[in-house]
Design a protein around this ligand. Structure first.
Ligand code: PGA
Length: 242
């Protein structure tokens, strides 16, 4: 799974040219999903264009709000995402956790909501620099993963994004990524009773120059790409190398 996370970037025109370029330059592989997460206001346009040009790209949302309360100004429900044929949703991205004070309870509600409409959550976890420095990464990630207990593991993908690597230009090194991914998989099997081995994708300063090395580990099941996904040529090349 290779995911483009545009964050709060782009315009309708850029969405249009990106989708057209990527769709015609991708060598699609059904075992390796290509997912586009534009800003919410471009989901509708992206969805129509994906259908119009029969694009192999699947649509993902950067956000969802749990619909326990429908009087939520600015909210986006799972039903709305379903209407737009979004098949995936990012949940728990560190920027959302930080700026919107997302806690484990609200994240759990979001996952529940997405799953009721068969939208696959890409659940993001990752440690800040000080936790890494204190050698407490594994425990920290376990606390974030605990909310996944009782969910159907087949529908959930985990994105490991160390916060210190996001947008910094410094990706985590391969041995670190490998160790953390294998810890996540083991924890999900042992403590959360996941029946299948969960897929874990890596995010944090992925670029064309480092993508092959990161993907060379059998513990890495894909990539979540921010900055480097904005350029359609770079993104297509990364996908085609994966
Ligand atoms: P980055 O962002 O690739 O720009 O580091 C990744 C992300 O936050 O999903």
């Amino acid at each position: 799974m290779i995911v483009a996370n545009w964050k709060m970037n782009g315009s309708k025109e850029e969405v249009d040219s990106w989708l057209r370029f990527v769709s015609s330059n991708l060598s699609p592989n059904i075992d390796n999903l290509c997912i586009f997460c534009p800003p919410s206001c471009y989901l509708d346009y992206s969805s129509s264009l994906i259908k119009e040009i029969s694009s192999p790209v699947q649509l993902g949302s950067q956000n969802i709000n749990f619909s326990g309360n429908s009087a939520l100004t600015g909210g986006i429900s799972s039903q709305m995402l379903k209407d737009l044929s979004a098949e995936h949703v990012l949940i728990g991205h560190s920027e959302q956790r930080q700026y919107f004070n997302e806690d484990n309870d609200s994240l759990k509600s979001k996952i529940t909501d997405a799953l009721t409409k068969d939208i696959s959550p890409i659940f993001c976890i990752g440690e800040p620099q000080e936790i890494k420095t204190d050698n407490r990464t594994k425990d920290y990630l376990c606390r974030q993963l605990e909310i996944l207990e009782s969910f159907d593991s087949n529908l959930i993908t985990i994105a490991y994004e160390p916060i210190w690597a996001i947008g910094s230009g410094e990706n985590a090194d391969n041995s670190y990524i490998e160790e953390v991914h294998s810890h996540i998989k083991e924890f999900c099997c042992r403590e959360l009773n996941f029946k299948e081995k969960v897929s874990v994708v890596y995010g944090g300063s992925v670029k064309l120059e480092n993508c092959e090395e990161i993907l060379s580990s059998s513990e890495v099941d894909g990539l979540l790409i921010g900055g480097a996904s904005l350029d359609p040529d770079t993104f297509s090349k990364i996908y085609n190398l994966s």
